[in-house]
Design a protein around this ligand. Sequence first.
Ligand SMILES: [Zn+2]
Length: 303
Amino acid sequence: MTDSNDDNVVSYQKNKNFPFSLALVSLIGFSILNLEYNEPIIPVLGFHGIINPKNTDSRSQLGLMHYPQEDLEKLLVNLINDNYWFLSTQDLYDFFLTKSQKIPTKYRNQKPIMISFDDGYKTVYTNLIPLLSKLENKYGKKIKVVLFINPATLARKGSKKFTHLGCQDLRDGLKKGFYDIQSHGLNHKDLTTLNRRELINELVQSRTKLRQCTQDLDPEQKVASHFAYPYGAYNKQVESYVAKYYLSSYLYNDEIVTHTCLKNYYEIPRLMVNREKSTTQLLEIARGIFPKQHKEKNKEICQ
Ligand SMILES: [Zn+2]
């Protein structure tokens, strides 16, 4: 009993100081926010398909992994207004990881972000290209998106199967300047379960087939130079083979790139985006006001 009385006295005294504590907490809070804002982070967002509830084609793809088109539009408009630079995989590699090239003057005042889409869903063509074209016409800004593709799942020519992109869709998005086409393994297999021969086949065939599809449009062979591990699954062996055929590789681990301390180009963090992440949450993450768990994980990467 006495203990609880003592507690009451303490809490009463605390309450008397409440306005002062509140001011102090707010002050500390603001400085933390400011520090966070200045952290050299590059959010890499990992989407899958884009659903448009009005479009009957996408009815079968209403899974959690597919993001609503109108929410994506809201996000992109906000990012355009906030003066973001939509990085390609080669941009991240050249300007931030290896720093082998100086950031061109026109990008110096911009904040970097990468928007990626995995698994080559058809809706990344049917619902995303019209949206990107609309935003380009309205705001005069071309948004580059990264596609991590499994060439074995590409729709065959003339096929009526509408779940996945075809080579012609990839070529069209590339010609229009919206797509940065990269590799996600030939068949979307968990690479940690494969023997050496199967692993090499997944890595090499994926690159060969994507480059065959885009050859004449990609003289510098930027297509399939970078990789994303299917299921985000990797180990030391997988990583060492990916390093033989690709310049960098992306995870799917819900963490954020702090490029100043990212030493391993084959473990680039990506944030998982599904329908549960609202536009507002994604914008907060992009602005560096991300939830506590991201901050803590981020620190570990930096050590
Ligand atoms: Zn995937």
